[in-house]
Design a protein around this ligand. Sequence first.
Ligand code: 5GP
Ligand code: ZN
Length: 121
Amino acid sequence: MSSENETTTPDPHCLFCRIVSGEIPAEVVATNDHAIAFRDLNPQAPVHVLVIPRRHAANAAETAAQGGTDALITLADKVAQQEGLDQGYRLVFNTGRDGGQVVFHTHLHLLGGRNMGWPPG
Ligand code: 5GP
Ligand code: ZN
């Protein structure tokens, strides 16, 4: 993990940076030093939580380059346990336009509580 301060370099125009700072409310379900988990506004499954790094990055690869993806996966699994997803869950990083990404602050979707189809749409 970079030594750069993760909480003092937000992008004021970024929706998820504004959730990290508390400026925009969200239903937070778990946090750790590097990440925050909150419920998706438009859930696609009985459990749909977004896990985001406190430090701004545009996508998962950028966060990985900063050494920040382990914290996202670890927190997602903690939320899955909290939510009782003992039959499994799906983790998704939409990346870029064709990947369906609309918010360009890294976010890991945690989906569960129903059987997930494959291939995804
Ligand atoms: P993407 O399509 O970029 O992978 O996912 C963005 C997600 O952010 C979508 O699932 C969308 O419902 C969610 N989202 C967008 N704006 C907000 C918001 O203000 N609050 C919360 N909690 N979720 C949001
Ligand atoms: Zn951001």
